[in-house]
Write a protein that binds this ligand. Structure first.
Ligand SMILES: Cc1ncc(COP(=O)(O)O)c(C=O)c1O
Length: 458
């Protein structure tokens, strides 16, 4: 009785109106439930908030309370934790969703929101994309794990080698943090050196983070340098001297780097006999299928991909030159489910779509440009100051000078029907280009901003 276990505990009112009933399994066996299911194809538990029940915000608040009681931070993905979505003092906001389709999600309180975050850039086609869903359902039905590696591992690896400039060999993993940690391990194994120079967010693992619970020694051999800072990069390379194993960088951090800096990263690695690694988690299958290396013409030795690669299914890849990737076999990099076929089937469907549907990345750029133009027009028309749009078209962000104005905007945007990302990228998806989504986005942004002016907040 899985639903009784998960929905039958805690505050009864906190149960979303469209959660399956506690006794869903038993209900499925009786005539009544069958009759309801037949009724216009809408299961009883998908019928919306019954009249007289709690408001959307009350239901969402109850779920947040339940989440806070059982999950530190309220969500397992840091950026989806309520205070990271809306800011510490936010009082009214949704934290959890029931379902998502295209670029819309439905909250536990049955509010539909136009989502500009696209699951932190993990989804570029749209939520519950038909082709991807068909592929994963069929992979699941066919048996997605067994005692041998699945054939899709080979097929997707071959396609990645076609699409990504540096890719001659591929290893799959499940998360971006894992893939980037693996790339660093491979670089160290290939060079027999330890020092690493790093730029950007590279995942949560010890080697790339500092903070409670992380021994200082974990990053003793990692030098962080600011993005696009030539002097810092050169100094760090000089300091690492003959022990430099790798420079690992996010090639885009809020903006594109100068060609000189990226070119210097390449030539400094060449001169030092070190490995250049691009973390293409956000840029891959977004700016170009092959990531920023395809845009810049600077080819790293290794690169890591994830997020849009499988349209939200858990898959990441380390790809790179054979002479470096062969070291993956000299060290131990392995995960039980690294090559499970559901996520690989999703990636195969994504690649197929990118192959068959013209230039998907160019389209994402066009749609992103239209999204930011609409929001920018709303900002200008409202007269709200201290807010601007930055970033690239396919991954853009709203920057506020004042956190209180940002928080008030995000809350009001949700009230009017849109979820924007606080302090980080909003991502274009193909779904944002469908129907009247772009008009909807501008009018929601406009309504939220005008309220800020009317209420004297901005
Ligand atoms: C550039 C970059 N690298 C690595 C990661 C970590 O990926 P994951 O969260 O899948 O572990 C992220 C996640 O946002 C990222 O943006």
């Amino acid at each position: 009785m899985p639903f009784r276990r998960f929905f039958g505990r805690g505050n009864e009112r906190a149960r979303p109106a469209d959660a399956p009933p506690d006794d869903a399994e038993e209900a499925g066996k009786d005539d009544d439930a069958t009759a309801q299911d037949d009724d216009a194809g809408t299961p009883e538990w998908d019928a919306g908030i019954p009249e007289g029940q709690s408001s959307a915000t009350e239901i969402e608040g109850d779920w947040r309370a339940r989440a806070a009681a059982v999950i530190p931070g309220g969500a397992s993905t840091g950026s989806k934790q309520p205070q990271n979505l809306f800011g510490d003092a936010a009082s009214e906001y949704p934290g959890h969703f029931l379902r998502a389709s295209g670029c819309h999600l439905v909250t536990v309180g049955e509010r539909t929101l136009l989502d500009c975050t696209m699951a932190l850039g993990a989804v570029s086609l749209g939520y519950a994309d038909e082709g991807v869903t068909r592929a994963v359902v069929s992979a699941a039905a066919a048996g997605h794990v067994a005692g041998l590696a699945h054939y899709l591992e080979i097929e997707v690896a071959e396609r990645l080698c076609d699409l990504i400039p540096c890719a001659e060999r591929v290893r799959f993993l499940k998360s971006g943090a894992e893939a980037t940690a693996a790339a660093v391990r491979i670089a160290r194994a290939a060079t027999g050196r330890t020092r690493v120079i790093a730029t950007g967010y590279l995942g949560w693992h010890d080697w790339s983070n500092a903070g409670p619970g992380i021994p200082a020694g974990a990053h003793a051999d990692v030098t962080r340098v600011p993005f696009d800072d030539m002097v810092a990069l050169q100094d760090a390379v000089r300091d690492a001297a003959r022990d430099l194993a790798a420079i690992v960088l996010e090639p885009v951090v809020d903006r594109e780097p100068s060609p000189e800096w990226l070119g210097a990263a390449r030539s400094l690695c060449d001169e030092a006999g070190a490995v250049l690694i691009f973390d293409e988690m956000k840029t891959g299958f977004r700016l170009r299928p092959g990531g920023y290396q395809e845009v810049s013409g600077v080819t790293p030795d290794l690169a890591t991909f994830g997020k849009a690669l499988a349209n939200g299914y858990p898959l990441a890849a380390v790809v790179g030159r054979d002479r470096v990737m062969s070291a993956a076999q000299e060290t131990w990099i392995s995960s039980t489910l690294a090559g499970e076929a559901v996520a690989l089937a999703a990636a195969a469907a994504v690649i197929e779509r990118y192959d068959s549907e013209g230039d998907v990345c160019a389209r994402l750029g066009e749609i992103g440009a239209a999204m930011r133009a609409g929001v920018d027009a709303a900002i200008r028309a409202s007269g709200v100051g201290g807010v601007r749009i930055e970033g690239l078209d396919a991954m853009w962000q709203l920057r506020f000078d004042r956190p209180d104005v940002e928080r008030a905007f995000l809350e009001r945007a949700v009230r009017h029907g849109a979820l924007f990302k606080r302090g980080a990228y909003n991502y274009a998806s193909l779904a944002h280009g469908e129907g009247d989504v772009l008009t909807e986005l501008e009018s929601i942004a406009s309504a939220a901003l005008v309220e800020l002016m009317e209420e004297g907040i901005a």
